[in-house]
Design a protein around this ligand. Structure first.
Ligand SMILES: C[S@@+](CC[C@H](N)C(=O)[O-])C[C@H]1O[C@@H](n2cnc3c(N)ncnc32)[C@H](O)[C@@H]1O
Length: 328
């Protein structure tokens, strides 16, 4: 049945990888995030920073206290652990003045959030436009490990040109094919890397930003994720960063395409693209640092052991602003 469904996605003889990933993660009946996610952390397939350490929640709360706003939006809140921590560390008076809006695509994770955050000043919305309408367009926004969960396009260098990765479904397995394509606006595609090099572009995240940018009048947005800026992102990673996770195991190559809908699929985020795309929407960069740098700047007395501090260097935090700054 899945094989038949996947074959129905083929156009011109193959499925663009981005469409495959979108269906694998978000198809209403068999998507990983829509149906199968078993939680995040020890009981799930992968762990995120907020499930392991409270330092990020403290740092986001400090960042929110420094530019207070009555409305705060978290996009893609997972189990709700980060939201609970941010509210806890916001402080009594600011917590009273703040409504937290959560935008969550996964019904399974939304149910977990509702359970964890019961009785708190939290509202859920189906998308960013609805959340921003409830905030009169003025809100501070944050997300952790959201862009990496968006379907990405994969490009492979062949005969000195970029080709797009597609998949041809044979029975129950997927075979890679390379297709001619129009290239998106991405710093990942600059330069002349050797044949066989691979890069990923989160173009669907760019479309998502564009779908609500017009509703955001004023505020700041913090985007936290694993990844880097160009050209460092693919330094020593010529095969790209695409991978899947199941039971905390990292899977690469053909294993990414197997067990459709039962694995998280992800790729590192290109923060040069995020900044350029934000600028294109009229937003301004306020700061960018590693996660360790961000936590230390917001909470100078935070106790980060050397392992956590080193892990935080693999994450970036981008702070961008829309409209004029000041209290919201
Ligand atoms: C990798 S998980 C990170 C969860 C959480 N932020 C954390 O740090 O534990 C990605 C989250 O983004 C959500 N998500 C993915 N695409 C989304 C979208 N378009 N709108 C809202 N939420 C989305 C997923 O359902 C999930 O909650």
């Amino acid at each position: 049945m899945i094989g038949e469904f996947l074959r129905s996605l083929e156009c011109g003889g193959s499925i663009p990888f981005e469409r495959f990933m979108e269906a694998a993660l978000y198809h209403p009946d068999f998507g990983y995030y829509t149906k199968r996610v078993r939680g995040i952390g020890r009981a799930g397939d992968f762990s995120t920073w907020p499930e392991l350490h409270s330092s990020l929640a403290r740092a986001i709360a400090a960042w929110l206290r420094a530019s207070p706003s009555r409305h705060v939006i978290e996009a893609g809140a997972g189990t709700g652990e980060l939201a609970a921590g941010v509210l806890k560390h916001l402080g009594f008076f600011q917590r009273l003045r703040t409504t937290l809006h959560i935008v969550e695509i996964s019904p399974v994770l939304r149910a977990a959030q509702e359970k964890l955050l019961k009785g708190k000043r939290v509202r859920w919305h189906r998308d960013m436009n609805a959340a921003l309408a409830a905030a009169d367009g003025c809100a501070n926004i944050y997300s952790n490990e959201l862009p990496d969960a968006f379907p990405c396009r994969v490009f492979v260098r062949a005969d000195g040109q970029w080709k797009e990765l597609g998949l041809k479904i044979d029975g129950n397995s997927a075979r890679e094919v390379l297709c001619d394509c129009e290239l998106p606006d991405s710093s990942s595609l600059q330069g002349d890397p050797p044949d066989g090099s691979r890069v990923e572009v989160h173009e669907s995240y760019r479309r998502w930003l564009g779908s609500w940018a017009g509703s955001w009048k004023r505020g700041r947005m913090l985007t936290i994720d694993y990844g880097s800026v160009m050209p460092g992102l693919y330094h020593r990673r010529p095969a790209g960063t695409l991978r899947a996770y199941a039971h905390h195991q990292r899977l690469i190559g053909a294993d990414v395409y197997a067990s459709f809908g039962h694995r998280d699929i992800t790729a590192d985020v290109n923060f040069t693209d995020l900044e350029n795309w934000g600028n294109g929407l009229g937003w301004k960069k306020i700061n960018r640092s590693s996660l360790t740098g961000f936590i230390r700047s917001q909470c100078p007395r935070a106790a980060l052991d050397s392992q956590i501090a080193e892990a935080g260097e693999a994450f970036q935090v981008l702070d961008m602003g829309s409209g004029c700054s000041g209290a919201l």
